[in-house]
Write a protein that binds this ligand. Structure first.
Ligand code: BG6
Length: 489
């Protein structure tokens, strides 16, 4: 049995037949059950507006599980046990009457977790009806991103939820925070004095954060075209990574101590004003190309597309944090769809030694780098300089890695999906890995001024071929500072 004890809950999943639920949430719940981390009394209510036969809807969920969980990990006994926990209920989330049927199914003796895998516009009505049906007391609510479209709309949503739920029972998901390697950033930084003493503008020259995907829009044109890569990825995932890298040490690991430090970073981000846009941000949009040897269409030729769209599928930018620790250290952020490789990676570039005693022609080699690979092939590598071996080599230097590959080193343990971790944390009532209201709002504030600048100067996205590392201008963004993106071919 696992060392963790998890209390029994009623888990009400709004949007149970949606893409997120079928692709991520049910498989994560199944995995928790398999690991013995779902209490035997925990019940799952699958809620959706689809009025089909409940048994057919449950079968749809079972089929999704069979598709998503690799055959070797699918245990028929566990699946059977898991399906027994499930009940399907068709309801219109905006109709108060439908919550009476829900209330009948929610156990009064168990805490309720209400997970909103729905568009954010429905969060307010769901909260209101949960409260009217007497289901809000003690319930925890889990909100998926995106929370709004800008600062204004996120405030409206946050306020609608706050009318019925205190912040201590609101869990805002940014699934990057549930990734094991992202949590490892806290361990790496604050359990190793080796790094923390170097973690500032005296020793670090610049930081790169890359989140590259090979997938395109995957049938989500309607959502994505309204959002674009800045709102979809930078406002949340990349800014959260930036915060974890840049924040000061929290005084403990409580949710608020960590969030307080993250908020300080967001507040210290220098606005990218319209005057700075040209040299600090590059927007891109993919055109037809080839990914992993397969020809793929351009963004404007995707299913249901609008051939006039100016939405960006790629963003590279140069951010600055105005505080003592980071003054003068650029943070280069880059994220895109249909890129050459699926890769999420943070590279910390350390400064050169203060005085150089080796042959001048080797000077370009000198730079320690800490590479934190979030996915795939999760691991950490520290590039260090050593002398080349051999009598004929003199003091010829080379750069080599001190490497820790998680799956190779810790062979026995599967790296859990982010949602498994996050669902477990909600069930345990831990908010550490969730985003507080002010974090969402400061992140929007920073992104809003950037988006406003784009529309003011009419910045059209630059084309890049699918399967590449983005528009040429994104290379110029960093080479202008005499640097290059780490590892680009
Ligand atoms: C989601 C975005 O939040 O993150 C998607 O909406 C993106 O567009 C996804 O594809 C990336 O997540 P991951 O875990 O595959 O890196």
């Amino acid at each position: 049995m696992p060392a963790i004890t998890v209390e029994a809950t009623t888990f009400a999943l709004f949007g149970a037949l949606g893409d997120l639920a079928l692709r991520k949430l049910f498989p994560a719940l199944y995995r928790l059950d398999q690991a013995g981390l779902l209490h035997s009394d925990t019940r799952i209510l699958a809620l959706s507006r689809d009025e089909g036969e409940p048994s057919a809807r449950l079968e749809q969920i079972a089929q999704a599980l069979r598709r998503r969980i690799p055959a070797a990990d699918l245990d028929e006994q566990v699946l059977e046990r898991f399906l027994v926990r499930l009940e399907y209920l068709a309801m219109d989330f905006r109709n108060a009457q439908d919550y009476l049927a829900l209330a009948e199914r929610v156990s009064s003796s168990l805490p309720l977790i209400a997970y909103f895998a729905t568009p954010a516009a429905v969060y307010g009505p769901i909260c209101e009806h949960l409260a009217a049906a007497g289901l809000a007391e003690q319930a925890r609510v889990v909100l998926e991103k995106p929370i709004g479209h800008d600062l204004e709309s996120s405030r409206v949503i946050n306020e609608a939820v706050a009318r019925y739920f205190p912040e201590t029972r609101i869990y805002r998901i940014d699934h990057y925070l549930g990734k094991e390697t992202v949590q490892n950033l806290i361990a790496l930084r604050f359990a190793n004095s080796l790094f923390e003493t170097q973690w500032n503008q005296h020793h670090i020259s610049h930081v790169e954060i890359t989140v590259a995907e090979t997938v395109g829009i995957e049938g989500r044109w309607g959502y994505f075209d309204q959002a674009g890569q800045l709102r979809d990825m930078i406002q949340n995932h990349l800014l959260q990574l930036l915060c974890l890298i840049a924040m000061d040490p929290p005084s403990n690991l409580t949710a608020d101590s960590i969030r307080d430090e993250k908020v300080k970073v967001l507040k210290a981000l220098a606005p990218i004003t319209p005057e700075k846009l040209g040299n600090s941000v590059v927007r891109g949009q993919y055109v037809a190309g080839s990914v992993a040897g397969k020809t793929v269409p351009g963004y404007l030729d995707e299913e249901n597309s609008n051939a006039e769209s100016c939405t960006e599928t790629f963003v590279a930018l140069r951010a600055e944090i105005c505080n003592w620790r980071w003054s003068g250290v650029p943070f280069y952020l880059r994220t895109g769809k249909r890129m050459a490789e699926k890769l999420s990676q943070i590279v910390i570039h350390f400064k050169e030694p203060p005085f150089y005693i080796f042959a001048p022609e080797q000077r370009s080699l000198i730079s320690n780098r800490l590479i934190i690979r979030l996915q795939p092939d999760e691991g950490i590598s520290l590039q260090v300089m050593t002398k080349e071996q051999g009598l004929d080599k003199g003091m010829h230097l080379r750069s080599g890695p001190l490497q820790l590959n998680f799956s190779e080193t810790y062979k026995s343990s599967r790296i859990p999906d982010a949602y498994e971790r996050l669902l477990l944390e909600v069930m345990q009532g831990n908010q550490n890995l969730f985003v507080r209201k002010d974090e969402v709002e400061y992140a929007w504030k920073w992104c809003d001024q950037l988006i406003e600048g784009w529309s003011r100067i009419g910045d059209a996205p630059k084309a890049y071929p699918a399967g590449s590392w983005g528009p040429v201008a994104s290379i110029a963004l960093i080479t202008r500072d005499g640097r290059s993106w780490y590892g680009d071919l």
